[in-house]
Design a binder for this molecule. Structure first.
Ligand code: COA
Length: 373
């Protein structure tokens, strides 16, 4: 039997039409469209439609889709009451995971596994992710729930439900671009977890709960929060190099660097870097960008490692007023269309995912009676 690849590196684990990650050239395509192009011209909603339907929507299709999302976005009274019982210091990713599990119990299509029913569940899930995050943030700060307006797009609703007042058009567009940059990334860990769950023919909600639990880890979606914590610990420009070198000497990992696939700078990080520069300047806190850029130089020189998506998303989200402990939930809000797209793709051509292990334990041991151990 062939030897195991640690972490399945380089293993082609299935086929997908959703996104192409070209690690050598540093390109990311969704359904054939370059993310740089989508970030310039498209919205999160358009990108989500593209991923699920395999084509860009017409104006009428997009309007209908946005309307569907808006209708499903507000939290029910039961959801608000449930959230009211959560401890204010609960971890936001655990709140999200719990609320999604709870929502599954009440979904009118819960016993219908058809693609049509799954697309209706998909709209409900995508619409409510930011609503859950915003409502929990307000609950933990003792503030009342704020309902979204029916005409709001996803990014505007997100910031409104979080801060209690609508954002500027520029802030909403910046968040919109951040969301669409996170929509899909091939067989990343959380997406793969969702596919493994779906491949047992378990339901869409269960697959999404698996994905949330997987994204939570610091090697995956937790990295952006750790980037911001690092910037805050460094505190001011001029101290970055000493901080990074000391951490590397302790053999610690610097969050926001390295990637299992990209050998160049992550193409999402290139776009986020420019957004971070502009937004931190606009908020009057250019140091977060300046310090990040300096860390990037040091990491290239010391470790030859490039920034990944989490590195500049940290200062960008911070500039948009999102608290660091919500960064992973933001990542989930961006990635949930991708999880769903992969689950639908898995259902459409399913085979149980069941790899084999390279056994490295002992063999042929003689059983020892309990009295003799
Ligand atoms: C993303 C990540 C898990 C990819 O890991 P990987 O491809 O499996 O790479 P490995 O864990 O095999 O690391 C390879 C080498 O690079 C080093 N390395 C990788 N990422 C590093 C980082 N962020 N900081 C310091 N060193 C790092 C490892 O220590 C290892 O060195 P060694 O061979 O001397 O032990 C890893 O780069 C990481 O932990 N990054 C920080 C967390 C992060 O930003 N996650 C978000 C990913 S989008």
């Amino acid at each position: 039997m062939a030897a195991a690849q640690r972490g399945l590196r380089g293993t082609v684990a299935g086929k997908s039409e959703l996104s192409l990650v070209d690690g050598e050239k540093g390109r990311l395509l969704y359904r054939g469209y370059d993310i740089a192009d989508l970030a310039r011209h498209a919205s999160f909603e358009e990108t989500t439609y593209l991923l699920w339907q395999g084509k860009l929507p017409t104006r009428a299709e997009l309007d209908r889709f946005r309307g569907d999302l808006a209708r499903e976005r507000p939290l029910t009274k039961a959801q608000q009451d449930l959230m009211g019982t959560f401890p204010p210091d609960a971890l936001p990713m655990e709140v999200l995971r719990t609320m999604v599990s709870h929502k599954a119990l009440f979904d009118p299509d819960r016993e219908d596994p058809s693609r049509e029913a799954n697309l209706r569940k998909a709209v409900r899930l995508v619409a409510q992710f930011p609503a859950i995050v915003g409502a929990f943030h307000r609950h933990r700060n003792g503030r009342p729930y704020v309902a979204p307006e029916p005409g709001m797009d996803q990014a505007t609703a997100f910031l409104t439900m979080l801060h209690g007042a609508p954002p500027t058009a520029q802030a909403a567009r910046a968040l919109d671009v951040c969301l669409l940059l996170h929509v899909d990334h091939e067989f990343n860990a959380s997406t793969f977890a969702a596919r493994v769950t779906a491949a047992t023919l378990s339901d869409l909600y269960s697959a999404i709960v698996s994905a949330i639990g997987t994204l939570k880890g610091p090697l995956h979606g937790g990295a952006n929060e750790n980037v911001m914590r690092m910037l805050q610990a460094i505190g001011e420009p001029g101290k970055e190099e000493a901080y990074v070198r000391a951490a590397l000497e302790r053999r610690e990992r610097i969050p926001g660097f390295g990637h299992p696939v990209y050998r160049t700078m992550d193409p999402r990080a290139i776009i986020l870097k420019e957004m971070s520069r502009r937004l931190t300047e606009e908020m009057g806190e250019p140091r977060w960008y300046a310090m990040s850029a300096r860390i990037e130089e040091v990491m290239m020189r010391e470790k030859k490692l490039h920034a990944n998506v989490d590195f500049y998303s940290a200062s960008t989200l911070y500039a948009l007023g999102i608290p660091p402990d919500l960064f992973s939930t933001f990542f989930a809000c961006g990635r949930v269309p991708g999880w769903i797209g992969h689950v639908l793709e898995q259902y459409a051509d399913n085979r149980l995912i069941r790899p084999v292990a390279e056994y490295v334990g002992p063999r042929d041991l003689a059983y020892v009676p309990i009295a003799d151990r």
